[in-house]
Design a protein around this ligand. Structure first.
Ligand SMILES: [Zn+2]
Length: 328
């Protein structure tokens, strides 16, 4: 089935095999230096451990060649899964800070990979450069500048991730400026924190899409408002289960979100770290929630509508995914 993915992280998609290879090439020491050990380290334990893995993986990236390599490998993985278009979150500020690679050079490497993906694999993607909650507003303003300078050139939006409990207030001015500049925004909220976080993040960022947002059901008024405003949730079920938001996929409220009339999309977040892929998400959800082709078509159309693509590209994508079936 041809697919579209709006919520997936580039650094969170690097295979353990590749992390080992990068670490060996670059003389970086990891908590494990064989595949079994590294896969064990990769396994999700809790959010702070997850952040540690994320930073450890980022530290293995030492050159623009590494960036181009991981981006190409990512695109190959998307192509193998028949994911025709992806919006990929990438934390350029962390790579700049920890690995010292200037952002312009990082973006050139990413663009080379995108060109290759289009020509060699017939898949397309754009990057969402994210602000990390915990960074300073000055740093966030820099990320905004990188996004606005590169919008339409491999970059499609400004993102917001990191420790959700820190809130969004400190970045209010940055997102106000993003709005003035017409920079599209998507923001993580309502995963480890409740509906208050979704409300605050939405009000302060003006994002038309919320990353996760699954805890919105805690606030029925906010649910009604989201439906009225045509807000879209980027739901990543296995990620939510790993983080303990729901005890199991069977207990996930994705069906309730859909029944309430909220617009949702299906995504993989950080696939190898959560032991999943977008294809796995579709298979698991289809089985557990008894989805049919109509649901698949609806969710894919929602993802295309909610993407940051221009209208002409959305139309082209719609015709490519039309009449697909879940079993195909
Ligand atoms: Zn995410």
């Amino acid at each position: 089935m041809p697919k579209v993915e709006l919520h997936v992280h580039l650094e969170g998609s690097i295979r353990p095999e590749t992390v080992l290879q990068l670490a060996a090439n670059n003389g970086v020491s990891l908590p494990a230096n064989d595949l079994v050990g590294l896969k064990e380290w990769y396994k999700f334990q809790n959010f702070p451990h997850f952040v540690k893995i994320y930073v450890g993986v980022s530290d293995c990236i030492r050159s623009t060649e590494d960036i181009e390599f991981i981006a190409k490998e990512f695109l190959l993985g998307q192509a193998t899964q028949n994911i025709l278009y992806s919006e990929v979150t990438y934390t350029a500020c962390t790579i700049e800070k920890r690995c010292g690679i200037p952002v312009d050079e990082q973006l050139d490497a990413l663009r080379s990979a995108l060109d290759w993906g289009k020509k060699a694999l017939d898949v397309e993607a754009q990057f969402v450069l994210d602000i990390v909650r915990g960074d300073t507003p000055e740093r966030a303003a820099q990320v905004l500048d990188w996004v606005s300078d590169n919008l339409g050139k491999g970059v499609c939006a400004l993102g917001l991730a990191g420790f959700e409990s820190l809130g969004t207030k400190v970045f209010a001015d940055v997102f106000g400026e993003a709005k003035r500049r017409g920079v599209p925004v998507t923001a993580h909220a309502g995963e480890t924190e409740g509906a208050w976080s979704i409300q605050e993040t939405w009000e302060l960022t003006g994002a038309p899409r919320i990353g996760h947002g699954v805890r919105i059901l805690e606030d029925p008024e906010l649910v009604s408002e989201f439906i009225r405003q045509g807000m879209v949730l980027e739901v990543c079920p296995t990620s939510n289960v790993c983080l303990g938001v729901f005890p199991s996929l069977e207990m996930h409220t994705l069906p309730e979100l859909m029944e309430a009339g909220l617009a949702v999309t299906l995504n993989s977040d950080d696939p190898p770290m959560f032991g999943t892929s977008l294809t796995d998400e579709w298979i698991r959800c289809s089985e557990v929630f008894d989805w049919d082709d109509e649901v698949a078509q609806q969710l894919t159309e929602t993802a295309i509508d909610a993407s940051f693509l221009p209208d002409s590209a959305k139309q082209a994508l719609r015709s490519k995914v039309a009449h697909s079936t879940i079993g195909a």
